[in-house]
Design a protein around this ligand. Structure first.
Ligand code: ATP
Length: 190
């Protein structure tokens, strides 16, 4: 069973996924894999250069800020980039999942729903925390400005819209312990 796990920036996806891993549930981190593939898949690298310019790579490494400047100022360019990256991640996920016999596999992605990847998941977990708390956590974690976090939040689904897709919600506002919530989901899915 493929279980998508998502949540807005700073909601605590990675933190929650670490707990699932402690319970021996394999986790595929789509965001990390996307970054990895953009720097290692010859096919994807070639396509990015063909669409956005050879200058997107410096000494074989992706210049993320240059690409971000290009795609975040132009919605069509972002759609174009996603059309290259998402299928590459989808193929990589298919290969990854073949190695496991586990009944539950987690697919973690910040934009699981925005990318349409949720359609290939059997169940969806949303990690949820209030916007203000997410903002504080990310500013502290990444040492970045309020504006840069808000810009990233604004490119993602609203909290309420994301929650509509949830089969399970993990409350990571601090009001509830995380481990019992994770255990409950695992026993429900098993
Ligand atoms: P991103 O979308 O940016 O990858 P994320 O959803 O994976 O973020 P995390 O990196 O897991 O979020 O959490 C954001 C920050 O908040 C981290 O510094 C993490 O340690 C902290 N954090 C997460 N959950 C809690 C919690 N329950 N209590 C306190 N801090 C927390």
């Amino acid at each position: 069973m493929i279980v998508g796990i998502t949540g807005g920036i700073g909601s605590g996806k990675s933190t929650v996924c670490l707990i699932f891993e402690l319970f021996n549930i394999p986790v595929y981190n789509s965001d990390e894999k996307a970054k990895f593939l953009m720097n290692s898949s010859p096919n994807l690298m070639q396509n990015i250069q063909a669409n956005f310019g050879v200058e997107m790579y410096v000494n074989g490494a992706l210049d993320r800020s240059k690409l971000a400047a290009k795609v975040f100022s132009n919605p069509d360019a972002l759609i174009q980039l996603n059309a290259l990256v998402h299928p590459a991640v989808g193929r990589d996920f298919d290969e990854w999942q073949d190695q496991f016999d586990n009944t539950i596999l987690l697919k973690e992605a910040a934009i699981l729903i925005e990318s349409g990847a949720h359609k290939k998941c059997d169940k969806i977990i949303v990690v949820d925390a209030p916007d203000e708390l997410r903002l504080e956590r990310v500013m502290a974690r990444d040492q970045v400005s309020e504006k840069s976090v808000k810009d990233r939040m604004n490119r993602q689904l609203d909290r309420e819209d994301r929650l509509k897709f949830a089969d399970y919600i993990i409350d990571n506002s601090g009001a509830e312990l995380i481990i019992p919530q994770v255990q409950k989901i695992i026993s429900d899915l098993s």
